[in-house]
Design a protein around this ligand. Structure first.
Ligand SMILES: [Mg+2]
Length: 371
């Protein structure tokens, strides 16, 4: 493990909505929601200013923001833009982890010397290039590890750069609500709150033996996280996980295809991550759909080649999904990959080696920070 690391997290602002605004100039400067008839999947900063949030019902969103323009999501378009943006990253370092469709970590410890030893220069250059080429604002967090770089990028939003120095971390964390840390989701937040732990300062002082008893190894991790410590390396390998499917129950249900496809895309990304994490590749894609009347069915297809990426799984899953009719509200969506074999050099994937390496890098961080 390197000492005195410099980790940069670049995170696109309101990515899906920004892609739409970029493609359709009449949407610029306007409150835009990406989603469907029922649920807002993502929204522009102009919409956020009205209090619109992702996950909100479209009905409610329009109620609080009558000028809201709702556009259907187009995952292929976002994935394409994402790939184009990520192609710039090797100009700054070879140590890259793509965290999600719109976020990536860069370890610039060894390359910052080419930028006057100032990581701000990297952040500025990257932001300018993304803005110039794609018209998208990106926020950049800089810190001494991934956990704090992630926090810094959150504080940098929207459209800013923020650096958290090691010396300032303790102060910053003292009164910070625990759920602001990547890796502490709503469920964990509730459990911690129930223990009387609201801030990272309180979490850091909480007896670690009790945390371990309650949360196992994660309890120990939480203790260090609360102190701003995170030793995970960019590109770090992840532990095994044998489950190869994911499903999601959708509260209230959805009835329009575009929103369903957004859910499907996310599920596919999760499955792809899981599959690669275990070092497997697969050739059978299945989707499960449960309607509001609990009628459930599965569709599957077996390919003549192996796949492992969320995008590839999505391509297939989408095809299967589009064959189904959506007369009823969908209550649950599931995706899985089977026909699994150990990934090896002998088995040819459609992707090139570089793409695979990049994707594995993506997974490492996604897994580490999964909520
Ligand atoms: Mg983002």
């Amino acid at each position: 493990m390197k000492k005195n690391r410099i980790v940069v997290l670049v995170d696109m602002d309101a990515f899906f909505a920004s892609c739409e605004q970029q493609e359709k100039p009449f949407l610029r400067g306007k409150p835009v929601a990406v989603g469907g008839k029922n649920i807002v999947a993502a929204c522009s900063y102009e919409a956020k200013a009205y209090g619109v949030k992702s996950g909100m019902s479209t009905y409610k969103a329009i109620e609080i923001c009558p000028s809201l323009i709702v556009v259907p999501g187009d995952m292929e378009k976002y994935a394409f833009t994402s790939r184009e943006i990520m192609k710039m990253l090797p100009d700054y370092t070879s140590e890259i982890e793509i965290f999600s469709v719109d976020e990536a970590f860069l370890d610039v410890t060894d390359t910052v010397k080419f930028w006057d030893n100032n990581p701000f220069n990297i952040a500025k250059d990257l932001r300018e290039r993304i803005k110039r080429r794609f018209g998208i604002n990106a926020s950049v967090g800089i810190s001494y590890n991934k956990l704090m770089a992630k926090l810094a990028s959150f504080l940098a939003k929207p459209d800013g750069i923020k650096m958290i120095k090691r010396d300032d971390a303790r102060n910053l964390l003292e009164n910070l609500p625990v759920e602001k840390l990547s890796g502490i989701g709503q469920r964990l937040k509730k459990e911690l709150n129930a223990l009387g732990i609201v801030t990272c300062g309180e979490l850091a002082r909480f007896p670690v033996t009790i945390l371990k008893k309650l949360f196992g190894q994660y309890g120990l991790l939480l203790h260090y996280m609360a102190m701003g410590e995170d030793s995970s390396a960019v590109k770090e390998a992840v532990p095994k996980n044998r489950s190869m499917g994911h499903s999601k129950t959708i509260p209230g249900g959805i009835e329009d295809k575009h929103t369903a496809l957004i859910y499907l895309f996310r599920l596919c990304e999760m499955v792809g991550r899981k599959v690669r994490k275990s070092g497997m590749i697969g050739k059978t894609v299945s989707i499960t759909i449960r309607y509001e009347d609990f009628f459930t069915f599965t569709r599957q297809i077996t390919l003549s080649y192996y796949i492992e990426s969320g995008e590839e799984i999505y391509e297939i899953a989408k095809g299967l999904f589009m064959q189904t009719d959506t007369l009823y509200r969908i209550r649950l969506l599931g995706v899985s990959l089977s026909g699994l074999v150990k990934a090896s050099r002998q088995i040819r994937l459609k992707e090139d080696e570089r793409g695979i390496r990049l994707r594995r890098a993506v997974d490492a961080i996604n897994n580490r920070y999964d909520r």
